[in-house]
Design a protein around this ligand. Structure first.
Ligand code: GLN
Length: 496
């Protein structure tokens, strides 16, 4: 079986085009192996074998008729289960959508299909993408494949996508990131994960959590692979009024040895507010080692300040739940999804029973927080104030980016924690996102890349933040670092 820790997507596609890989045989074996590995790590909620078969027939026909193949010809991709795919369940890992079948494809799914990617399944997440460990899924807990005992979380909320890419059986996956849900699990699972600039990728067909923060983004094993997926899914979409009409650079083509020249005089900022108490020593050491590698290439390192960082978490936990409380009002047991059907329930009782049974604890907590923050008399004190703080955080980045080209930070203060370790204490859990949240509040792009392993063999993640709509700069820095270190070659012990 091909493992993408050793074979890159580029090489795979070439082999597909030259018929060196027989896609029918490959996928037959892939599903067998995927299911075996998934029985251990529980990354998937649903396999989409029917969809994969249909796409494979299409690709075969194209080959037969000598038609050109798309940029992801035959490449297996996994999709977080809060992204709609026509005719397939989209559960958001919630009981309330347990049997919900999407009537349409998200824009990113259409784009994947146009590029001839093969979607193999829908991945596990924290219910409605609320969480940092994937433990809030109503259906199963995904395991981090780097832990021999399979006792650690993959991070969240896109934990399923991160874990399956880490296995190397699938090279690419989609996630969504509202406050860190791509970057933090990418960090815990040792893969590349990017939250693009707000507006770069269409949110049409992504089930809304906090609309002003949500963004779909790619997971990959290598930078090149991730860049290829990013250019596939990016671009203006008239069905998403917040998508931005700017040309999409050919990200993957920008990655060659030439980037070393560009990097010679690049300025990298280290924000002092991110190197704080609570940051594990091993994480700090690995980040500094990565910074040194980039300095050797010729990058200039500068300490910078993002002074409002300490208010980011508080602002996020007002804004995100407020928007969530409005977005999740649609799950009322009437329009779609689960409905409590006990006898003698009037309309209000039906709403209450449906939401009471259909939604999990964390989701209810957020709805209550958000409803409170938006209520008359409190709106100015909470929501409005949080929005002002958000503005200050954005201005911090604007100022910093006058001095530096990209900002380097740890992605998470710790490596992957144990299942059960934080789930009873929401505030400790919220702290997992302390380094990722500001990026969403400011709308800028951010990416995680693996920068080594701690003593337990768990991956450590470096976060690279860039200017709005300059994803290519982040990718270039990541690419150079990757060329120098090649951490991606390592395969998790539970998969080998
Ligand atoms: N962990 C954060 C939260 O619980 C971020 C989630 C996300 O990015 N979807 O809200």
């Amino acid at each position: 079986m091909i493992n993408f820790h050793t074979v890159g997507v580029k090489e795979f596609i070439e082999k597909v085009k030259t018929n060196e890989i027989d896609l029918e045989d490959y996928y037959h074996e892939l599903f067998v192996v995927l299911k075996k590995v998934d029985a251990k790590i529980h990354a998937f909620l649903n396999f989409t074998e029917g969809e994969a078969e249909r796409k494979l027939r299409e690709i075969k026909n194209k080959i037969k008729l000598n038609k050109p193949l798309g940029a992801l010809a035959g490449v297996p991709v996994a999709v977080k289960d809060n992204i709609c795919m026509r005719g397939v369940k989209t559960t958001c890992a919630s009981k309330i959508l347990e049997n919900y079948i999407s009537p349409y494809d998200a824009t990113v799914i259409e784009k994947l299909y146009t590029s001839d990617a093969v979607i193999v399944g829908k991945t596990n997440l924290d219910e409605f993408a609320m969480g940092s460990s994937t433990e809030n899924s109503a259906f199963c807990i995904t395991r981090n494949p780097w832990d021999n005992e399979l006792s650690r979380v993959p991070g969240g909320s896109s934990g399923g996508s991160a874990a399956i890419v880490a296995s190397g059986l699938i090279p690419l996956a989609l996630g969504s990131d509202t406050g860190g849900s791509i970057r933090q699990p990418a960090s815990f699972c040792g893969v590349v994960g990017m939250k693009p600039t707000y507006g770069r990728v269409s949110r049409y067909g992504l089930v809304a959590f906090a609309s002003s923060l949500d963004q779909i983004g790619p997971f990959g094993i290598r930078i090149y692979d991730t860049a290829l997926l990013l250019e596939t899914i990016s671009g203006y979409d008239e069905r998403d009024s917040t998508s931005v009409n700017l040309p999409v650079p050919p990200y993957s083509k920008l990655l060659s040895d030439k980037v070393y020249d560009d990097a010679k005089n690049i300025k990298l900022g280290l924000p002092r507010e991110y190197f704080i108490e609570g940051l594990e020593k091993e994480v700090r050491d690995k980040i500094m080692a990565a910074v040194n590698i980039l300095a050797k290439i010729g990058a200039k390192i500068e300490e910078i300040s993002l002074p409002h960082t300490e208010y980011a978490l508080a602002a996020y936990y007002i804004i995100a739940p407020s928007e969530a409380s409005a977005n999740l009002a649609r799950y009322d047991g009437v329009k779609y999804g689960y409905r409590a059907r006990e006898e003698d329930l009037d309309l209000l009782q039906t709403y209450m029973a449906t939401r009471g049974k259909g939604l999990g604890t964390e989701v209810k907590r957020r709805i209550m927080l958000g409803t409170y923050a938006l209520s008359a008399g409190y709106y100015e004190a909470y929501y409005d104030k949080a929005c002002r703080v958000r503005n200050l955080i954005k201005q911090d980045f604007d100022k910093a980016f006058e001095k530096v080209d990209v900002i380097l930070t740890p992605t998470s203060p710790t490596t992957a924690f144990r299942i059960g370790e934080k789930i009873e204490d929401p505030l400790t859990m919220y702290l997992s996102d302390i380094f990722t949240i500001s990026c969403n509040l400011a709308g800028i792009p951010g990416m995680n890349i693996c920068c080594g392993f701690d003593e337990k063999g768990l991956p450590v993640g470096l976060q690279i933040l860039g200017k709005a709509f300059e994803e290519e700069t982040i990718l270039k820095i990541g690419y150079i670092y990757e060329q120098e270190t090649k951490w991606y070659q390592k395969i998790p012990p539970t998969v080998e």
